[in-house]
Design a protein around this ligand. Structure first.
Ligand SMILES: Nc1ncnc2c1ncn2[C@@H]1O[C@H](COP(=O)(O)OP(=O)(O)OP(=O)(O)O)[C@@H](O)[C@H]1O
Ligand SMILES: [Mg+2]
Length: 283
């Protein structure tokens, strides 16, 4: 269910499914991703949290970033729920009840999102949002460090103390919500994490800016050897597979995916420098 220790021959792609049955809106904001039962081509069903393009700040650009980040996280053996491509059709939208404002918002978002959307497999029972101030078990610290590294390296600002976008069952994490990752252009003073001074974690940052695992990891020297080595799977051929896996309609803004993939290439090329900067910044 969650990516871990998969063999190279069973590389994760984006499985296409069709949205069938609406359950309820999730989330608290404007995106209103929703719990939906979806059907695979072979008829098997999946419980997915579906993010509708029409509810996202940057529309399909947001879904593109979600999808690439999820594929990349899975390739790096980080605990991301399996990503799917979800076909939304008018018949499905028509079944969404208008029970309250949250439902109406979800329905509006879905109606504005006919075609392909992003889905992530619902985390199994037992997973809950990680609680603020609750210490992370010793056994989970190495994974917490890798998640912090992943977020820092893909420029994901959205896994903070205030909004963890991370659940746990006490033994494993599940990470989601990567729609703001890879946005490196137009951000004032942004520096690539591999550049000199590219990573800093100023003390006293507010909860909405501080990475959810920073307090636990600051002052430690995590071992990023496994994480660094995992980037070997992100070959040029694999990055091409990402492109093939994505719906053509998401690639109309040609620069979008090209920019993300160029960033991933540059990251891979400069990974040692990025890891050194990260270790330095955590000291
Ligand atoms: N794969 C998943 N399994 C279980 N719960 C999930 C999953 N994905 C998302 N959720 C839940 O749905 C909520 C909203 O999802 P997400 O964080 O991806 O969207 P969002 O853009 O933050 O939405 P909003 O802005 O409407 O809150 C999450 O905070 C989480 O509680
Ligand atoms: Mg979120």
């Amino acid at each position: 269910m969650i990516a871990s220790g998969h063999h190279p021959e069973e590389k994760r792609m984006l499985t296409p499914v069709t949205a069938n049955q609406f359950h309820r809106p999730m989330g608290v904001g404007k995106t209103a991703p929703s719990l939906v039962t979806c059907a695979r081509a072979d008829g098997r069903s999946e419980e997915l949290v579906v993010k509708f393009a029409g509810g996202c700040e940057a529309g399909i650009g947001s879904l593109l970033r979600e999808a690439v980040a999820a594929l990349m996280a899975a390739d790096l053996d980080l605990p991301v729920p399996e990503p799917f491509l979800v076909q939304v059709e008018p018949d499905f939208v028509a079944t969404i009840p208008e029970a309250n404002d949250r439902y109406r918002l979800a329905k509006r978002n879905a109606a504005a999102s006919l075609g392909w959307n992003f889905g992530s497999q619902k985390l199994p029972p037992g997973f809950a949002t990680i609680a603020k101030g609750r210490p992370i078990s010793q056994a989970m610290l190495p994974m917490a460090a890798e998640i912090l590294a992943f977020d820092t390296f893909i420029a994901n600002p959205d896994r903070t103390v205030a909004n963890p976008n991370c659940q746990s069952n006490g033994r494993e994490f599940g990470i989601f919500d990567h729609e703001l990752a890879f946005r490196t252009e137009g951000i004032l003073f942004w520096k690539a994490p591999w550049e000199k001074g590219g990573i800093s974690f100023p003390k006293g940052q507010p909860d909405k800016l501080r990475h959810v695992f920073l307090d636990e990891l600051r002052g430690s020297a995590p071992d990023f050897q496994r994480f660094g080595g995992a980037f070997d799977v992100l070959t040029e051929a694999r990055l091409q597979e990402y492109q093939v896996a994505l719906p053509a309609e998401w690639l109309q803004n040609e620069g979008d995916l090209a920019g993300i993939l160029d960033y991933v290439r540059a990251l891979k090329q400069n990974l040692d420098a990025a890891i050194n900067n990260l270790s330095e910044a955590l000291r």
